[in-house]
Design a protein around this ligand. Structure first.
Ligand SMILES: Cc1ncc(COP(=O)(O)O)c(C=O)c1O
Length: 388
């Protein structure tokens, strides 16, 4: 069995989430039906909503169940932009970052190409942290023309944390709504939606031990993002369609457990991650730890191995029995340069030599030392394999 060190791509299904899912699959009843069986599944759905609300310190009415992070990001970005632009056509600027996940970058680019939006990007320091002076200056420059800001809470490649409440404080100067992709943050750092001041936040279940295909958009009641889908009016009319109570129940079980064990688990993973990084520096002294010195979540290690190519490293590590990624899993399964590394200011060659190792519930100290042994073996081969 290979050692799985790619937990930021997706992670192991929690037994509690599996039980919640399978027992809910035995129920029968559309949660919108008024009969007793419908009321039964509705009760389960609403209990699941309560659990997610509690896990992120939101109000229960702010939880809109959906299929995951991509949908949540699309809905928040397009929906808030459409609403704001419709009310005031002068509002067409969106502030974001080039280090966002494609589930944010692509809807932004779509709005730019098809709907006349103007996307402006904050600068970063080389360790990936947002340069707040650049954010301030973008807000000052574009002021009343800004439709919204979208900045991720934790970067899924590097683990770098953005101080989202501080972003919101700056945005408040012009009453600009702020959305955050919190997919890589939830379950890994404490999230308090209410205290953050955010207008909307995207969550995904499969990053915390729920099945793939469930998540939530957390959205203030006062916000009126225009819906991507229209139909039966479920979920505050923001996500029409028969409500998926089995997946919601499973997501709730995973979220409750992830938040309950967050402190202990993150301390454990951070210690393993630090050991990993120290050992990697010993065996490959030219390595760059991209986010070194940044405030970051404890489960990510993101390396650049100068003089190598990510795809060779990934292939060789896979042959040794280790699943890791280059950072950005390209749609076609082809490893390209990391757009996150490029957004941080690394060059094409460096961005093409990235390896992301992400730890999770199944990761042990033995996995880390076995990985180091494998890396020590394959790193010289990857160096030789690189085109001159
Ligand atoms: C930061 C981030 N945002 C969004 C997504 C997309 O989430 P989902 O797979 O639930 O659509 C991911 C998944 O890779 C992610 O890491």
């Amino acid at each position: 069995m290979p050692v799985f060190l790619d937990h930021a791509s997706t992670t192991a299904l929690r037994p509690s989430a599996k039980v919640a899912l399978t027992s809910a699959l035995d129920l029968l009843g559309n949660p919108s039906s008024v009969h007793s069986q419908g009321r039964g599944t509705r009760e389960l759905l609403e209990a699941s909503r309560d659990a997610i609300a509690k896990a992120v310190a939101a109000n229960r009415s702010e939880i809109i169940f959906n299929s995951g992070g991509t949908e949540g990001n699309n809905h928040a970005i397009k929906g808030i932009y459409w609403d704001r632009h419709q009310a005031d056509p002068a509002k067409r600027v969106i502030i974001s970052s080039e280090t966002e996940h494609h589930a944010v970058i692509d809807p932004l680019q779509w709005l730019q190409k098809n709907q006349g939006a103007e996307i402006v990007y904050v600068r970063h320091f080389q360790n990936g942290m947002v340069d707040f002076d650049s954010l301030k200056s973008l807000i000052e420059t574009h002021g009343p023309a800004i439709a919204m800001i979208s900045l991720m809470w934790v970067n899924n490649e590097t683990g770098v944390i953005t101080d989202i409440p501080a972003v919101v404080r700056l945005a408040n100067q012009y009453q600009i709504p702020v959305h955050s992709d919190a997919v890589a943050a939830f379950g890994h750092i404490p999230i308090d939606f209410q205290a953050s001041g955010l207008t909307a936040m995207s969550l995904s279940g499969h990053k915390i031990g729920a099945p793939i295909g469930v998540g939530a958009l957390v959205v203030l009641r006062s916000a009126k993002p225009i819906s991507l889908v229209h139909g039966g009016g479920q979920e505050r009319a923001l996500r029409s369609g028969t409500m998926n109570y089995p997946l919601a129940a499973s997501f709730a079980a995973a979220a409750t457990e992830a938040v309950a064990e967050l402190d202990e688990e993150m301390t454990r993973l951070e210690a393993l991650r630090d050991q990993l990084e120290a050992k990697v520096v010993e065996i490959a002294p030219s390595v760059i730890i991209t986010a070194l010195g940044a405030e970051r979540a404890g489960y990510n290690a993101h390396f650049i191995f100068p003089g190598t190519q990510s795809d060779a490293l990934l292939f060789l590590l896979d042959q040794e029995g280790f699943c890791v990624s280059a950072g950005s899993a390209c749609q076609a399964g082809v490893v390209g340069p990391s757009h996150v590394a490029i957004g941080m200011g690394f060059d094409q060659a460096e961005a093409s030599a990235c390896v992301r190792v992400t730890l999770g519930s199944t990761t042990t100290a033995a996995d880390i030392s076995a990985f180091i042994d494998a890396l020590e073996k394959i790193h010289p081969i990857a160096l030789q394999a690189a085109p001159a």
